[in-house]
Design a protein around this ligand. Structure first.
Ligand SMILES: [Zn+2]
Length: 414
């Protein structure tokens, strides 16, 4: 097992592993109800790997070196991670970006990046002896936890807004999670889950609050670096809600620098929808925390948060990397779903397509260059939100089953 400590991302305080420790005991005294998490802890691996392994990065042996994982036997038996980095030649030509890649994380078992966090959290819960794991979620984190717990035999309780896309609700129920729809927002579910875990003794997977959510997502960066070899990307475009995928990606690249396996962290470019863009506003204002957005809303449900829970750390990581942030409209997100699917064969949910919509704006704003090495993160599959995807296409009417009607419909000369 990799030896590790927790380090507070705010005050720098160092703490030993403790199953009850989720956030810095000092900084959490400044916690504001409904605000970003104060005292987010990062894992500090003390003796990480010093060379790339021969085996795949998702193999238990490597994960045990790179993650704070006691016993790899606690990992759920699901093929999480090791997703492809796609060359996308047609999208490259259209955007005149010869060194553009897609990291297609929609290929994870439950269809989203959240599987990575749930895998590590569930393994730590088993290690600590918790029988029940709970989480609040906009949909994907709950589905990921449900899938992982289905494979491992652990109990999953998930609190989600009742208005989450039906496909996500159906998926988590099918996996056998105990689903508690909340007549409220994701932010309401987050606070309720905190109280419920304290009251009932469940292990809390709430994103950002549980330090292993950040740590689990860092495997995205390890894989990108390994897949690109010596070509460390210049920029990575990250769809951003709570800021935990962004924080995890930053942590992964930062660990690789510490381990001597790459020489720099790429510029991290956060993309948020216009209707939930508090992190981007804070970046523009030079603020170290966000101002909450009442009534946050977007077609990209996975990114709709009033107060990004990992805001303070995400803002610092973006600035340290020399990156930035951009907002995209819902119309641009919908258009990007169709464009991405047509030109790459990758069908993304709205939040994931936001990265392509954001790339266009990033190019215009000078945050990324067409000749740079740029990676777009595709964080979830389009099958999770069929209604949103349907807005990107026109459904044709049915024809009589006759050849003449086929020719007429397709404009063919006979
Ligand atoms: Zn602290």
């Amino acid at each position: 097992m990799a030896q590790f400590k927790f380090r507070c991302s705010e005050c720098g305080g160092v703490f030993s592993e403790d199953p009850k420790l989720l956030v810095c005991p000092e900084c959490c005294k400044h916690q504001v109800q409904g605000g970003s998490i104060r005292g987010v802890l990062e894992v500090e691996i003390l003796d990480g790997p010093t060379c790339w392994p021969d085996e795949p990065l998702g193999s238990p042996d490597f994960l045990q070196q790179a993650l704070p994982l006691g016993d790899p036997n606690h990992l759920a038996p699901l093929p999480i991670g090791n997703t492809p980095l796609l060359d996308v030649p047609r999208l490259r030509r259209e955007l005149e970006m010869p060194r553009l890649w897609l990291k297609d994380d929609s290929r994870n078992p439950s269809g989203s990046t959240k599987d990575r966090a749930s895998l590590l959290v569930a393994a730590k819960a088993a290690e600590y002896g918790f029988e029940t794991i709970a989480t609040a979620s906009t949909g994907n984190a709950a589905t990921a936890l449900a899938a992982v717990c289905a494979a491992s035999g652990q109990r999953a309780i998930v609190l989600v807004p009742a208005g989450a896309p039906p496909a996500k609700l159906t998926q988590m129920l099918a996996y056998g999670a105990e689903v508690v729809p909340i007549d409220g927002s994701y932010d309401d579910a987050f606070e309720l889950c905190r109280h419920a875990c304290a009251e009932f003794g469940w292990y809390n997977r709430n994103t950002a609050l549980n330090p292993f959510t950040l740590e689990g997502k860092k495997t995205l960066a390890l894989e990108i670096a390994r897949q690109l070899g010596s070509e460390t990307p210049d920029a990575v475009i990250v769809p951003t809600g709570d800021g935990v995928i962004l924080g995890g990606v930053a942590k992964g690249f930062s660990d690789l620098v510490d381990w001597g396996l790459i020489n720099r962290v790429p510029r991290l470019i956060a993309v948020q929808p216009e209707g939930a863009s508090s992190l981007i506003s804070a970046l523009a204002d030079g603020a170290e925390d966000v101002t909450t957005v009442p009534g946050a809303a977007s077609v990209a449900d996975s990114l709709v948060v009033k107060a990004p829970r990992n805001a303070r750390l995400a803002l610092r990581r973006i600035r340290q990397s020399g990156g930035g942030g951009i907002t995209v409209s819902d119309d641009a997100i919908i258009a990007a779903i169709g464009r991405l699917a047509r030109l790459t064969g990758v069908f993304a949910e709205p939040a994931a397509a936001a990265s392509l919509a954001g790339l266009e704006t990033a190019l215009e704003a000078g945050l990324a260059g067409r000749d740079e090495r740029v990676v777009l993160l595709i964080t979830g599959t389009g099958l999770k939100d069929r209604d949103a995807a349907a807005r990107s296409v026109t459904m044709p009417s049915a024809i009589c089953p006759e050849l003449g009607h086929v020719a007429e419909r397709l404009g063919l000369v006979r």
